[in-house]
Design a protein around this ligand. Structure first.
Ligand SMILES: Cc1cc2nc3c(=O)[nH]c(=O)nc-3n(C[C@H](O)[C@H](O)[C@H](O)COP(=O)(O)OP(=O)(O)OC[C@H]3O[C@@H](n4cnc5c(N)ncnc54)[C@H](O)[C@@H]3O)c2cc1C
Ligand code: SF4
Length: 577
């Protein structure tokens, strides 16, 4: 019997375990395997193989079941009431990459839009690919404003890792030389269209501090030899990315990091494996591995390793840690600070301005650029001119100009005579500036364990209690006003500021629930993403974030992950794990 046990334990033992195979899990897997560690990736959802498991990647509009691929209201109501709150991402073409809300419950103490994809690749398949670096200003923000706690690292600590990640994933963009939006390793930028060019010229003439640039997006515009060798190719501007890209032209774990990891021969991926807790050896004072529930059979299994990377996404890594209670960790793994689950952040959005752009009726564009324009933050940058007295921090705008009516008809709006008539009328040019604002870390913005509500596997679930406050509300007023000013300055018509409202989570940038910090009394992770109280567990998804900045965060998660793996491998070599 003990021989059997020894054999079983040996078979279930790896050098490293990675929990989750999304944006950060893919990076952890690539880095660990390339550095020679036999690595097990545990993923709660099913396998999604690059290309072969993208069933709708080439579905034409006329083959869609529903006009524009929009799901019928009864299906949305029954299965996707939360996932549908993104307003654009959930369609007939993408629904298989979103969780079903009726199968994955959580409790909204206040409205919280938890948008998730449980499968190999996670939300790296679904993301909008916008990639911006946090700036030196962002890493100093909490210390400067006396908000939350200070980041234990600064921009120069992460800068080489941003370079490293950008070089591998491929980011198209334009260098702008702005201190609040550091430049990176860019492939050639995508182009503005004629209205965006006019907007840039006129708005920048009136507001020289408000730079208008093209979005920085993880699309290959000039693939490198390394990217081509992985089977990735140049972006074709089809804008059907969220279905999975057969060209591997946008970055996802499935097309890039997991492929690289697999090629090392050191990777094993086990889908349908829900990690429920970390196994802690009290005598040794370190984690031994993880406990898993097999999502198909319900069987409980243990896996062992020298080092564990939690990359299950902010709220799921938090869930695993809150569920890992023991004599040593009565209120959750590594939670002596009581900060686990707190300080949840996102980016608030749904606010900005739009307008009609007359004078370009004879102009059009070809292709469907899978990207927009970007206006980097221009408020509270440390100088008198940008300082606001009504709120701290700032926001950026994403947006763009298009002829939406024509685009819609091309995508399948209407049939027969109605469709033909629509095709002869390209409709007006419209332009929109959509704000993404920073949310401060509030200790009572919180995820807690709910043992009363169980999921289909009988596992406890989360309660989410998150709201924005006065700082964000004041910022939203300015986000409308400043966007309207810029559109007016460009001479556009019918300028309409808007605030459609915002529920936390809707930015799909959950962050901060296991923050980094210098002091174990006020933070869960140290400067290398190690759990202060258990050094062989690293948490490198968005839960590590100390402040949110206003830029899309995934590039920062990937850079933190690559940096943390480098640290873990070196510590393991020294026998410190
Ligand atoms: C529509 C959309 C647009 C977006 N646009 C952008 C953008 O433009 N720019 C940007 O920066 N970000 C964007 N994001 C956010 C981005 O996708 C996430 O920040 C990123 O995917 C987070 O990476 P992650 O590894 O933490 O989590 P995920 O990519 O979500 O991966 C987590 C993985 O862990 C698995 N998992 C969860 N729990 C467990 C468990 N207990 N055991 C085992 N496995 C588990 C999940 O199934 C999943 O595969 C967007 C997201 C969406 C949905
Ligand atoms: S736009 Fe580019 S990345 Fe998106 S699906 Fe088309 S080729 Fe792929």
């Amino acid at each position: 019997m003990s021989n059997l046990n020894t054999k079983w334990r040996r078979e279930n033992t790896y050098d490293a375990i990675v929990v989750g195979s999304g944006m950060t899990g893919g990076w952890a897997a690539k880095e660990l395997t390339e550095k020679g560690l036999k690595t097990l990736v545990l993923e709660r959802g099913p396998m999604v193989r690059h290309i072969e498991d993208y069933p709708t990647a080439t579905t034409d509009p006329w083959d869609a079941k529903y006009p524009l691929g929009r799901l019928p209201p009864e299906e949305v109501k029954a299965h996707y009431p939360v996932q549908n709150r993104t307003g654009y991402a959930l369609t007939e073409y993408t629904k298989h990459f979103f969780v079903r809300d009726d199968e994955e419950p959580y409790t909204e103490a206040k409205p919280f839009d938890w948008v998730r994809g449980y499968h190999v690749g996670g939300r790296s398949l679904l993301w909008s690919r916008q990639c911006y670096r946090h700036s030196p200003i962002d890493f100093e923000a909490n210390a400067r404003d006396g908000v939350g706690i200070d980041w234990p690292i600064r921009y120069p600590d992460l800068a080489p890792w941003y370079d490293y990640v950008e070089r591998f994933i491929g980011v198209s963009g334009r260098a702008e030389g702005l201190p609040q939006l550091p430049d990176g390793v860019f492939q050639p930028p995508m182009q503005f269209n004629c209205v965006e060019e006019a907007f840039k010229a006129k708005s920048e003439a009136r507001f020289p501090d408000r730079r208008v640039t093209i979005g920085r997006a993880a699309h290959l515009t000039a693939p490198t030899e390394e990217q081509i060798a992985l089977g990735r190719g140049k972006c074709q501007h089809r804008n059907m990315c969220m279905r999975g890209c057969p060209f591997g032209a946008y970055f996802s774990s499935n097309s890039a990091t997991l492929v690289a990891a697999e090629r090392t021969g050191n990777l094993k991926i086990r889908p349908a494996s829900i990690v429920t807790s970390l196994l802690f050896n009290e005598k040794k004072g370190k984690a031994e591995g993880v406990k898993v529930v097999d999502a198909t059979t319900g069987e409980e299994i243990e896996f062992y390793a020298d080092v564990v990377f939690l990359c299950a996404s902010t709220l799921n890594s938090t869930w695993v840690m809150l569920n890992s209670t023991s004599k040593r960790f009565p209120n959750g793994f590594g939670n002596a600070s009581d900060q686990l689950g707190r300080n949840l952040m996102d980016h608030h959005l749904g606010v900005g301005a739009q307008a009609e752009a007359p004078g370009f009726e004879e102009m059009y564009y070809s292709g469907r650029r899978p990207n927009g324009i970007y206006v980097p933050r221009f408020r509270n940058l440390g100088d008198a001119a940008s300082k606001r007295t009504d709120y701290i921090r700032g926001f950026g705008y994403q947006g763009g100009a298009s002829r939406p009516t024509w685009n819609r008809s091309l995508q399948g709006m209407g049939f027969g005579a109605e469709r033909k008539a629509a095709l002869t009328q390209p409709g007006p040019w419209m332009i929109r500036l959509a704000g993404f604002g920073e949310i401060l870390p509030y200790a009572d913005n919180r995820a807690t364990m709910n043992h009363a509500v169980k999921d289909k596997h009988g596992l406890p679930t989360l309660t989410l209690d998150v709201s924005i406050r006065e700082n964000e509300r004041a910022m939203r007023k300015d986000m409308q006003a400043a966007a309207a000013e810029m559109l007016n300055a460009a001479g556009f018509k019918n300028v309409a500021p808007y605030d459609f409202g915002y529920s936390p989570g809707n930015g799909i940038h959950e962050m901060g629930a296991a923050r980094m910090g210098r002091d174990p009394k006020t933070s869960v992770l140290n400067a290398h993403n190690q759990v202060h109280e258990c050094r062989n567990v690293y948490v490198t998804d968005g839960s590590a974030m100390v402040s949110a900045s206003c830029v899309n965060p995934s590039l920062t998660y990937m850079a933190l992950t690559a940096r943390a793996v480098d640290h873990a491998v070196s510590e393991r070599r020294k026998g410190n794990l």
